[in-house]
Design a protein around this ligand. Structure first.
Ligand SMILES: NC(=O)c1ccc[n+]([C@@H]2O[C@H](COP(=O)([O-])OP(=O)(O)OC[C@H]3O[C@@H](n4cnc5c(N)ncnc54)[C@H](O)[C@@H]3O)[C@@H](O)[C@H]2O)c1
Length: 325
């Protein structure tokens, strides 16, 4: 039966769609192809998905809730949804707050309404983010921790999504799983993220901007591992018992890697040294992320396999091939 993937032209949505198709699923991918970053990269991803006859692409805005049901009616029944469409990025949210409210808050509600009005709806798996941990300093971040101190509007919208999902699970018994992704990277990745920016700059002989003197750590998670987690979640809807059928997991590599190590791995892969410009910590940024993934291991069998020593060269190889660099 058909799976709807929102944000299918995006980085993670593209990989999730490919994996679902490889499993023989029929996929309807929806995406607005927003110009937040190079639309040609999104079109190239969709072009690859379109080669599979079980994939259909729909260009539409998920936040237009009145149109959404009509747009998706020809593909009924859609009883499983992987909702990844969003306005991503922490720094951009400082300048473009309303884009986050539209895509992430209204868009998420619109998907919830779609699920609510679909008879026999089975499972909504949606993207949250490690950024919901905000200013928390206790590491690793656990899904048991309080998450009510976001340090960016992006984080606040992602937390709002989790709370809206909880209310819909309670009111309408819609089975849902929220996934807090930790710094996802890999081939076909996002041009606004550090690995992509650093690779581009080093190849061009330009300096890289290193924030907080490099004193940052990220739980870098290779996209194939994220895809495994998403597919495992999709196969395992929460039980519809007395509690609202909604749960939230961390999907990370469970390893806080220092930024200088990432830079050294890119330099090694490229065979070229980076020139650094030191910048202060950016508003909205956090010093470290590190995921406690025990609940995802226990319930979903989530077991990330790719360390950055392997993942960074794989990204760099894709980057060189895609850009002919
Ligand atoms: N990549 C990461 O490290 C990371 C970390 C945490 C959370 N996430 C979340 O995972 C999800 C996927 O992220 P990604 O890295 O693939 O980002 P991405 O920007 O590559 O993909 C998101 C896609 O959603 C589409 N979109 C935006 N607004 C839309 C709308 N109103 N209607 C339809 N489509 C719309 C965009 O055009 C884009 O193609 C997002 O929800 C993001 O917030 C990603």
């Amino acid at each position: 039966m058909t799976v709807l993937v929102t944000g299918a032209a995006g980085f993670i949505g593209y990989h999730v769609s490919e994996a679902l198709l490889a499993q023989g699923e029929t996929v309807v991918g929806i995406d607005i192809l927003s110009p937040y970053y190079d639309v040609r990269l999104k079109e190239a991803r969709v072009g690859r998905l379109r080669k599979n006859k079980n994939f259909t692409f729909v260009k539409a805005d998920i936040a237009e809730h009145e149109k959404l049901a009509t747009t998706l009616a020809p593909f009924a029944p859609i009883r499983r949804v992987v909702h990844l469409a969003a306005q991503a990025g922490v720094r951009y949210s400082l300048q473009h707050p309303f884009e986050y409210a539209a895509a992430n808050v209204v868009g998420h509600l619109s998907i919830l309404e779609f699920c609510r009005h679909t008879p026999g709806f089975e499972h909504l798996v949606y993207a949250s983010s490690s950024s919901v941990y905000g200013g928390n300093t206790k590491l690793p971040f656990s899904v048991e921790d309080r998450v009510d101190t976001p340090v960016s509007l992006y984080a606040a919208t992602k937390r709002a999504d989790e709370l809206m999902s909880q209310s819909y699970a309670h009111l309408y018994r819609i089975p849902q799983t929220g996934m807090r992704f930790f710094t996802v990277y890999g081939p076909w990745g996002r041009p606004d993220m550090a690995l992509f920016l650093f690779t581009r700059a080093i190849l061009a002989g330009e300096p890289i901007h290193v924030f907080n003197g490099g004193d940052m750590a990220r739980d870098f998670t290779f996209v194939d591992d994220i895809v495994q987690g998403v597919l495992a979640a999709l196969r395992t809807p929460p039980k519809n018992g007395p509690a609202a059928p909604h749960r939230v997991y961390n999907l990370g590599n469970s390893c806080a890697e220092p930024l200088p190590k990432l830079i050294a791995l890119i330099e090694k892969s490229l065979g070229k040294k980076a020139k650094h410009i030191s910048e202060p910590m950016q508003p909205g940024d956090v010093q470290a992320t590190y995921a406690d993934i025990e609940p995802a291991r226990r319930d979903l069998g989530f077991a990330p396999r790719v360390r950055i020593e392997e993942g960074v060269p794989r990204f760099v190889a894709w980057y060189r091939e895609y850009h002919g660099a």
